[in-house]
Write a new protein. Structure first.
Length: 79
């Protein structure tokens, strides 16, 4: 089953102006794994996969590090 995420939350009887981006909409439920009778049976293993992937990166994973020695760094971080 393939679900078009852009097609969600477009019911005009529930959402006034479904084509307008309103992230703070009061009736903004997630649809990632469905709901009630339409709930995805793969939810538990998918969530477990996510926890494993985030909690234990593969051995030899190239973690980012600064290439400039501490004594040669200038300035500060900015976002």
């Amino acid at each position: 089953m393939i679900v078009s995420r852009p097609a969600t939350h477009r019911e005009p009887e529930r959402f006034s102006g479904p084509a307008v981006f309103t992230p703070d909409h009061a009736d903004n439920l997630q649809v990632a794994f469905g709901h009630a009778i339409h709930h995805c049976r793969g939810t538990p293993p998918a969530r477990l996969d996510g926890r494993i992937a985030i909690g234990a990166p593969p051995a030899g994973f190239p973690w980012p590090r600064l290439e400039v020695p501490a004594g040669n760094r200038t300035g500060g971080a900015a976002w």
